[in-house]
Design a protein around this ligand. Structure first.
Ligand code: SAM
Length: 304
């Protein structure tokens, strides 16, 4: 993996794989610092605006972060049905939290991020984007490794959202995507529970992490599903996987999706877009048939 360096140049380069990538010109560097866990850069990029970059990867950009957070959050919350308790692992930018708090039924949302400094920076610089989500009285924040939190807690949640950084080889999150960890997560879900996982990119022949995540969830959960979106700020299509204890997103009646979406404010999801996001492209169905790798503690999978 490339070790990321503080932003010193006029351009932000991102490698999508070993031989290609993209760049944005940097309008302004707001801060650049190395924490115990990762390199943090907060910059303004031409075209996509204020962006939080961790270890060289854009996490959120002002222009289009909702295209990521709405499917990540609303699909599992709608599938669960009137969720009361939600756990977010990662999500230190506060945007997934913003979406969760739109549900009046949610009484408690716990966010566990390994890096206190990401949350502090988000509270100071990203409030206009996350709508001050960290200050909602329903929210409790812990600074801990998400895996340790799950292993040491006994509390059950209706929805668990894994919104950590990608599993980079030297990064802090790669043990949050394994079969062993998914089994622990299942034990922390209620009877109608859903886990939603950010699962990297999707494109023909190139979705190894997504395919492995889907197959790993199938080993643990009775029902598994998927959604996809596109973000200009990532210059990629992006996917999410869902492990479901009871019903899966496809099984939610249209009237129910319509009712929930009429009660919350969204910029991307409509009932039609909900269905479009969870529809599997033909190449993905074929790729799934021919793929059998599982992510385990002994054999984790890294991206980039
Ligand atoms: N939207 C995102 C993306 O593009 O990948 C994720 C955004 S969110 C800022 C990612 C957060 O995951 C970071 O704040 C990071 O500190 C946190 N994180 C990384 N490893 C973690 C771990 N093991 N446990 C909890 N949080 C973790």
């Amino acid at each position: 993996m490339r070790k990321s360096e503080p932003m010193r140049c006029k351009f932000y380069f991102d490698w999508t794989d070993k031989s290609s990538g993209f760049f944005y010109s940097i309008k302004e560097v707001i801060l650049s610092k190395k924490t115990e866990y990762q390199q943090i850069d907060l910059v303004v990029l031409e075209e996509v605006g204020l962006a939080l970059i961790l270890d060289g990867k854009v996490q959120i950009a002002e222009l289009d972060e909702f295209l990521y957070h709405e499917p990540l959050v609303h699909i599992p919350l709608i599938t669960c049905g009137s969720p009361e308790t939600v756990l977010i692992l990662g999500g230190g930018d506060g945007c997934a939290l913003r979406e969760v708090l739109k549900y009046k039924s949610v009484k408690r949302c716990v966010l566990v991020d390994i890096d206190r400094e990401v949350v502090e920076i988000s509270k100071e610089y990203l409030n206009h984007i996350n709508k001050g989500s960290f200050f909602d009285p329903r929210v409790e924040v812990f600074f801990e490794d998400g895996r340790k939190f799950i292993e040491n807690s006994h509390e059950k949640f209706d929805v668990i959202i894994i919104d950590t950084v990608d599993p980079l080889e030297y990064g802090p999150s790669y043990l949050l995507f394994t079969k062993q960890f998914m089994s622990e997560v299942k034990n922390r879900l209620t009877e109608r529970g859903v886990v939603a996982i950010q699962s990297n990119t999707i494109f023909p022949g190139g979705s190894k992490f997504l395919l492995a995540m889907y197959k790993t969830l199938e080993k643990v959960f009775p029902k598994v599903s998927f959604a996809w979106t596109y973000l200009k700020s990532f210059m990629l299509s992006w996917a999410f996987t869902f492990g479901c204890v009871s019903r899966k997103p496809e099984e939610v009646p249209n009237e129910e999706v319509e009712k929930v979406l009429s009660q919350i404010e969204t910029c991307f999801l409509t009932p039609e877009v909900y269905r479009a996001c969870i529809s599997k492209p033909k190449f993905f169905v074929e790729d799934l048939k021919n793929f059998d790798q599982i992510i385990t503690d002994e054999k984790p999978l890294f991206v980039y």
